[in-house]
Design a protein around this ligand. Sequence first.
Ligand SMILES: [Zn+2]
Length: 325
Amino acid sequence: MSIITTVVGSYPTRSYEAESFNDKITKSLGLFDPYKQSIINSVKAFVEADIDIICDGQVREDMVKIFASKINGFRIEDNTTFINGKITPAPHPISVKDFKIAFKIAHSLNSQFKLNAPLEDIFNHEAKGVKGILTGPTTLIHSSMIENFYSSRENAIYDIAKALLVEAKELEKAGACAIQIDEPFISTGVEDINVSRTGVEIISEELDIPVILHVCGDLKDVLPDLLKFNVDILDFEFSGMPQNIGALKKAWSSNINKYIGIGCVNTRLDEVDKIEDVRNTVCNVKDIIKSDKLIIDPDCGMRTLTTDLSEGKLDLLKTIKGEDI
Ligand SMILES: [Zn+2]
């Protein structure tokens, strides 16, 4: 087994204000770049960089609106998301069409891409897969204002988790090799970690394909709890948040049977990272977990970077994978 690569695909949402600002940027960029073509461009770049688990690039809308605009119980006004009723599943799949476009393009470029590619085959470099990405229950609810129906966020988190599970099952049925749940808000401590955990596990425990939980930011207060979440793969930001290596060292124990996704390329850095920095990050994490269950990826999404810079950063992953460290 040797290291495999993936991309995070999502845009990190750290505060309500930043969300509205990003929303405007995304919207204006969208005018210049048609959606389908953006998926195709993303997939081509991922395949070119020999990424083993790709996604559709998550190019349409920001990570909150893409779900809040389709799932029942939300309304969006002036780039603000409100919860105005009982949250129930979207009437139609949200991202399955984009998943299918991504798979079709990837498979046409490299026949190693297979539907529902088993993780073992991907690690053996016998297959590649496309994953589905969901914005997590805690992040979606804490990015929204409760206007009606819910007296606390806790029950809203459980209801959105049930709605997201329906979407996850559709993606699984369509051929996703894994489901990634993006929960940037967990590291902020904004929610009781046990509530966040229940929200994630409402989804993860009902799926047959591997579940990846992506949490970015400073993990020192939450990492011991995250290691107990019932998911297969934990994906963390290490390059832009090197203190997470220390937090992992403190919390890790040899009986933890999880894959670790190492965010080893800094997506906030406005230049291609130095290869020795990337290598050091990977080696430092590998020294701690002492296993081959490693996936390397950029810290977070690359939406704000230029095409050249994104490609340069993806190439770093290809180089590290080739070194088989
Ligand atoms: Zn992130």
